[in-house]
Design a binder for this molecule. Sequence first.
Ligand SMILES: NC(=O)c1ccc[n+]([C@@H]2O[C@H](COP(=O)([O-])OP(=O)(O)OC[C@H]3O[C@@H](n4cnc5c(N)ncnc54)[C@H](OP(=O)(O)O)[C@@H]3O)[C@@H](O)[C@H]2O)c1
Length: 451
Amino acid sequence: MANSRMPAHTRDPAVLRTALLGFGTVGQSVARILTEQPPPGVRLTHIFNRRIDEKRVGWVSPDVRWTADIEDVFADEVDIVVEVVGGVADAGQWVRRALSSGRSVVTANKQLIAHHGAELIALAEQHGGELRFEGSVAGGIPILSALRDGLGADRISRVAGILNGTCNFILTSMESRGAAFADALADAQALGFAEADPTDDVEGFDARAKLAILCATALRAQVAPERIATRPLTLVDAVDFAHARQLGCTIRQVSQAAWDTGTPDVLHASVRPSLVSRQSPLARAGGSQNIVLLQGQYGGETAFSGSGAGGGPTSVAVVSDVAAIARQRQRVAVAAGPARCDDVGARPTATAAVLPARVTGEFVTPHYLRFIVKDRPGIIAAIAGAMERHGINIDAVLQLPADSKDALPFVVTVEACPPAVLAAAIADIGELDFHVRPPVDLPILSGGGQS
Ligand SMILES: NC(=O)c1ccc[n+]([C@@H]2O[C@H](COP(=O)([O-])OP(=O)(O)OC[C@H]3O[C@@H](n4cnc5c(N)ncnc54)[C@H](OP(=O)(O)O)[C@@H]3O)[C@@H](O)[C@H]2O)c1
């Protein structure tokens, strides 16, 4: 497998030899940038992938070593390992091995970082390498660098955003075309915006991994993704967009997190389809765009938007991380001092994160409740009665013209109330005999989310 033109044992110490693990969507784009305009002091030396002979391309330097054997990477002098394989088992093992041997690692792997980020950062610090993962959250939006550098002096109290481009693509096509969820998903798959198995996206698992990383970097809260409450996108029906429009709103999959303002150690965090004002920045993110909104104690609200995924945007984030490592190494070399852990000024801050005592998906917001019922007199009165018994104020009742009285949709909006109270009222209403489908409740968020 070794390329005879590669000077395997001679090296310029000023050049960081970089191995690329994974030559798929992101890996190929990373290789393209490292080939066409490598950051100063960086050279692509290895490309590793299974079935490597099916992967070879002619446009990378002939000096690059192509291999399907990971041992070739670890046996050679490699300074930076770029992991864009995905998954947590093999990729995690290779990242740990690279960091344990003092190499630096760049990864776009949200699941690996969301589940093991703190451990891996500690490993990097222990062995004098760096771990960077800008591409793991919101693809091409440099949100982690912004949090670390441009906003590093602020105290972030809330983060909210659209972190999954597939879900946003589906919701915006339901919004613009009145499409049913299944049709919008099929379109997204046909156009390459959704995987054949879309479970991670539509169930919210992808977004909650990214939110967990943002909790660590923005809020200094260490939270396992599984502790973040998620609701599936499949709750949303085309009819909800028609009703949302009447309310001056649209629907987005919103990921949000905030420390509780009254109870220390309680973190609110959730990923759920939500109504958002059509005037809000969240509503303006269309197609596969992502947006992240941060509320700072001193700096107020800041919005970052851009492409949340795709080989091009993600590879820019990945190679920018590689460049940052190279710049840092050059600074350390110029200073001619030994590279201590605290010399690495651009290190992510997840190690400073604390474990919340409790993580709750509850945010106190007004709610949108959608019912599909077999029409008969007294339904509104029954719902209003249940709300009154639980002390909940109804804000509005909406009913659009419908084809059939056998499956009549209508909506009730309620004012903000404690989430447990609302849940109890919905449970009571759910027992009534007129439902054709279970009631659906969606929070109504003002501005950039609400706690
Ligand atoms: N795609 C995006 O827009 C995007 C955005 C942000 C972050 N990311 C993250 O970036 C990473 C890569 O995503 P991707 O979209 O580039 O995935 P991908 O297209 O599936 O590429 C992964 C590559 O790794 C190879 N591979 C997988 N398992 C392997 C193994 N055990 N041993 C050797 N090679 C293996 C695959 O080979 P085969 O071709 O043989 O399967 C493929 O070439 C993931 O962590 C993903 O979450 C992706």
